[in-house]
Design a binder for this molecule. Structure first.
Ligand SMILES: [Zn+2]
Length: 97
């Protein structure tokens, strides 16, 4: 049997397969500026943080600055992707007319 690689949620520390988690990867633009990408394709290189697709884990990761500390990124970078984080959690609520 193929052993699946497990990733750990930075909020609740539960281990899960990658498909069940939201991934945030730190990378650099061509100009060398730090950037945080939400759910990049799996070939995207860079330090990554994984979070369960649950409100509790996302809220705790954002509010307690776990993502910022884990990836060593400026808080503004996280603020930029936080709305996307919430949308990826609730696709229906994310669409507001
Ligand atoms: Zn979690």
């Amino acid at each position: 049997m193929n052993k699946k690689l497990l990733r750990q949620c930075i909020s609740c520390r539960t281990k899960s397969v990658r498909d069940n988690l939201i991934r945030i990867t730190k990378t650099y633009t061509l100009a060398g500026v730090k950037e945080a990408i939400l759910n990049p394709n799996k070939y995207q290189l860079g330090r990554s943080a994984y979070i369960c697709k649950t409100k509790n884990c996302i809220n705790s990761a954002v509010k307690e600055k776990k993502i910022v500390k884990m990836l060593k990124i400026p808080a503004q970078l996280l603020e930029r992707i936080t709305p996307q984080l919430e949308i990826s959690l609730n696709p229906h609520e994310g669409v507001k007319a």
